[in-house]
Design a binder for this molecule. Structure first.
Ligand SMILES: Nc1ncnc2c1ncn2[C@@H]1O[C@H](COP(=O)(O)OP(=O)(O)OP(=O)(O)O)[C@@H](O)[C@H]1O
Ligand SMILES: [Mg+2]
Length: 281
């Protein structure tokens, strides 16, 4: 299968004068329909990488292809931006209309999509983020999590194949975070939308099929969550945490307890502990 996204020897700096690359020789492919989480310490280059996906930034060296489109091809810019929707941290900066359904309709209206199809898209997008009952609500009255789901619906109304989310839950409370993560996961599983999600939360990263870890403009780890979070020392050395259950197992292992597998969730952790204690009886 041809990858949906491919970064080929991508290097980038914001200006010629900068002595160091912000991204250096990145080679990465992302399959159609996958859910990839991107982790990395502040300043490691995550947002810079994400902005290459819809040509907000262009490579200084190397190439980025999305669905066969070279992001440098100006004639294809419109096609590219239709395929890749971006969602950022602050929902307030992404809401453009005062009524929810008008907000969701905004982008397709600007594209000249016929009214009947706009209505269909808005219905579908609101349903996909579980916000149908709020369609006539005032956008500014919604909670942070609801606003972020409306921002996602606005992107969905463009019928993108891929959504790139740059810390979409960073400004939300725990409830809002949960709602948004559930929405993102459902869009991936039910609609087959490719997801690239930057996050600082390890419990969000483990929901992805694949985790890519960046440090100082390089990809240093890449694999499924079990693979990546088995590298506890390496993650800590670049200033990252691991999920709490993983951390507990790591500490027990360090104390000499015989633990083989990597655990990510509370349930897996409980099971390992249960079996350990059972074995000691
Ligand atoms: N517009 C810009 N002009 C110049 N340098 C920039 C610009 N944006 C980011 N940088 C620099 O590029 C590097 C990577 O920044 P980037 O925002 O991609 O990191 P990040 O991994 O997204 O960090 P964070 O977790 O804080 O969001 C940093 O050193 C940053 O200071
Ligand atoms: Mg960032």
């Amino acid at each position: 299968m041809k990858p949906f996204i491919s970064f080929e020897n991508l290097s980038f700096k914001y200006s010629e004068e900068e002595p160091r690359w912000v991204l250096e020789n990145i080679n990465l492919t992302i399959d159609d329909g996958s859910f990839v989480a991107v982790l990395g310490h502040n300043g490691s280059g995550k947002s810079t990488l994400a902005k290459h996906l819809n040509a907000i930034l262009l490579p200084t060296e190397g190439k980025v292809y999305v669905d066969g489109i070279d992001t440098c091809d100006e004639e294809k810019l419109f096609d590219l931006r239709q395929r890749v929707g971006m969602v950022f941290q602050n929902p307030d900066n992404q809401i453009v209309a005062t009524v929810v359904e008008e907000d969701v309709a905004f982008a397709p209206e600007n594209l000249g999509v016929p009214p009947a199809e706009i209505r269909e898209r808005v219905d579908w997008a609101l349903e996909a983020v579980s916000m149908t009952e709020y369609r006539e609500a005032a956008s500014y009255h919604l909670s942070g999590g609801q606003k972020q789901r409306i921002a996602i619906a606005g992107v969905l109304a463009m019928k993108p194949k891929c959504i790139v989310l740059d810390e979409p839950t960073a400004m939300l409370d725990p409830q809002g975070r949960k709602e948004v993560m559930k929405t993102i996961r459902e869009l991936n599983k039910n609609e087959g939308i490719t997801i690239v999600m930057i996050t600082h939360y390890m419990n969000e990263a483990i929901m992805a099929d694949r985790v890519v870890v960046m440090d100082e403009g390089h990809v240093i780890l890449d694999g499924d969550p079990y693979e990546v979070f088995s590298h506890v020392d390496e993650l800590k050395s670049v200033g990252l945490d691991v999920p709490q259950p993983t951390e507990l197992m790591y500490l027990l292992k360090g104390a000499g307890v015989d633990i083989e597998k990597t655990v990510l969730t509370d349930e897996e952790c409980a099971e390992v502990l249960y079996n350990l204690l059972e074995g000691q009886r």
